[in-house]
Ligand binder design. Structure first.
Ligand code: NAP
Length: 338
């Protein structure tokens, strides 16, 4: 692999264009194998790691902490806060109360004295963004966090947060973490232009549409043994397992073949070939998948192929029109008063 490093938006820090996602680690991927995968990725020059306090009940952060023993200083380590960590009313969310508690737990599990990039995992309408930003700013002042960011925010939500930081002289988001792949191009409409305008880095998650773009699923076929769909993962079953996405995957195969690449390498390269995207967050479950994913960099997709992809899924659109995508709840939908 030819490692490419890019600035995280307008921030000075440089990260590899493949970020290693660790959502499988300490869960479907057992600890020893997870550590081997992390070390292999670091050896290949990947310096960007993504986890979250809720992945596998905290086990992902614990595994990452163990793997980074002695190697912490060469890594840009990202983790997130907001998901449920318990049954109490404040065991979740983006309140100052929860953030200040959650960060201590993440630091302990990660076995580190600082987090390089701390992200709000999702927008939370019930908590004023001022409150969350003030808490994050305090963590930056305390040296516990280097940079801050957000995940699953819409364009207007990011813009509101950036303006709030500017108005109140608080640390501002340097990166966003949205879902982005060939079968879901929604963020090209609002979020990506907003990031370009404001110099915000983009780390795209689920670049393989949770595995669908590997081409291993087919309409009417049984899910391959051990795959995410076969494990009845709720997210893939609700969003990506649909005939339209399988069809796109089928049509990608000859285009990837023409480039002499696997479908996964092609789909990952497509994500990072967008000039507004900083990194694709890969999510290998096995060492073989990592080895394959590493081949996504160091080459370019030709212009004809980019046009062909635009024909398959037009810019700004996703497959299965009208299909509600739970990754991006439509918050403007009229609701009955509760
Ligand atoms: N911020 C958020 O809300 C959010 C949400 C989701 C993920 N993330 C982050 O993004 C990272 C990546 O997300 P993701 O796992 O959904 O990414 P993805 O790249 O779309 O899917 C990865 C999955 O695809 C399958 N796969 C990968 N390489 C393969 C290959 N060569 N052949 C066949 N199958 C292959 C594996 O699933 P199988 O088990 O089927 O083999 C693997 O776990 C996560 O680790 C996490 O850090 C963030």
């Amino acid at each position: 692999m030819t490692t490419e490093y890019r600035h995280l938006g307008s921030a000075g820090v440089r990260v590899s264009s493949l970020c290693l996602g660790t959502m499988m680690f300490g869960g479907p991927t057992e600890e020893a194998e997870s550590i081997r995968i992390i070390h292999r990725a670091l050896d290949e020059g990947i310096n960007f790691l993504d986890t979250a306090n809720v992945y596998n009940g905290g086990a992902s952060e614990t595994v990452v902490g163990k793997a980074l023993k002695g190697r912490r200083e060469s890594v840009v380590l990202a983790t997130k806060v907001r998901g449920n960590t318990g049954d109490g009313p404040n065991d979740r969310g983006t309140s100052a109360y929860h953030i200040m508690m959650a960060v201590e737990n993440s630091l302990r599990r990660l076995d580190t004295d600082h987090i390089d990039l701390y992200l709000l995992h999702r927008h939370e309408p019930e908590t004023p963004i001022e409150e969350s930003l003030e808490a994050l700013d305090r963590l930056v002042q305390q040296g516990k966090v280097r940079y801050i960011g957000c995940s699953n925010f819409d364009g207007w939500q990011l813009c509101q947060a950036l303006w709030t930081s500017d108005r109140r002289n608080l640390a501002r988001f340097v990166a966003v973490q949205p879902l982005y792949n060939i079968v879901n191009r929604d963020i090209e409409m609002e979020l990506l232009p907003c990031c370009g305008e404001y110099g915000v880095g983009v780390m795209a998650y689920s670049p393989l549409a949770r595995g669908v773009l590997s081409g291993k699923y087919g309409t009417g076929e049984q899910f391959p043994e051990g795959s995410r769909a076969a494990r009845a993962d709720r997210r893939i079953l609700e969003t990506e397992v649909r005939a339209e996405s399988f069809e796109v995957a089928t049509r990608l195969k000859p285009i990837a073949d023409r480039h002499g690449r696997t479908m996964t390498q092609f789909a990952l390269n497509w994500v990072i070939s967008n000039a507004l995207v900083t990194a694709a967050i890969i999510g290998p479950r096995t060492m073989a998948q990592l080895e394959d994913n590493l081949g996504a960099v160091g080459w370019s997709i030709d212009d004809d192929a980019l046009d062909e992809i635009d024909q398959l899924v037009p810019p700004g659109e996703h497959t299965g029109k009208g299909f509600p995508d739970p990754s991006r709840p439509f918050t403007g939908r009229p609701r009955r008063p509760s």
